[in-house]
Design a protein. Structure first.
Length: 207
């Protein structure tokens, strides 16, 4: 955001208790503090970590090193600003069998560095590049069951609220017999931690 626009943006956001802006880790700095000081509410900065799988991250061409993410996270923590993080499920260049594991590891990494909220975003095709990678065997779209599993495995994390992005959920492949139940369970897990997890789905068609 141009510095000259900050006062007007803060004015427009004056009635909100909190404001979230999305930013690359590299741009978190003095301008962030300037905007936070102008706001009547609290500032939250959302950063796309995507994955801590360094080889896959490099091929995504995000130009984000973990050291840069760490610096941004520490900067926000030191200035009492909130951090929200986006993590991918089904990241290209990660084997499907390892996809859930690396998503969970990425969520844990973000939470350990002060993220208050972490959103798991299943990678969806439609831009042409992902379809090209899929033809090359470098990308396999994540499934509904994988999203459910990743979200469940993140439930022990207490330092951050971990949710699954349910936008366009119908595009994720899944068993027709238990699909509605899995969607309902994901939505239930999204509500937050409780004394017990929603019961696992038992589906003879899947099993």
């Amino acid at each position: 955001m141009p510095a000259a626009d900050l006062p007007r943006l803060a004015e427009l956001a004056a009635r909100f208790q909190s404001v979230t802006v999305e930013s690359h880790a590299n741009t978190v700095g003095p301008l962030t503090l300037e905007f936070a000081a102008l706001l009547a509410g609290r500032l939250e900065v959302a950063i796309g970590l995507e994955t801590v799988h360094t080889a896959a991250a490099a091929r995504l061409n995000k130009k984000l090193e973990l050291t840069e993410f760490d610096r941004a996270a520490e900067f926000l923590r030191a200035h009492d600003l909130d951090l929200r993080v986006f993590v991918l499920l089904g990241t290209p260049h990660i084997a499907p069998a390892e996809s859930v594991e690396w998503t969970v590891r990425s969520v844990e990494y973000a939470a350990a560095r002060g993220a208050r909220c972490v959103a798991i975003i299943p990678v969806r095709g439609g831009n042409g590049e992902l379809e090209r990678l899929q033809e090359l065997g470098e990308f396999v779209p994540p499934t509904l069951a994988q999203l459910e599993q990743a979200l469940e495995l993140c439930q022990p994390i207490r330092s951050a609220v971990v949710t699954a992005d349910t936008w366009d959920l119908e595009r994720l492949s899944g068993c027709p017999a238990c699909r509605a139940q899995r969607v309902a369970r994901i939505r239930s897990l999204n509500v937050g931690p409780s004394s017990h997890l929603p019961s696992p789905i038992s589906c003879l068609t899947c099993e």
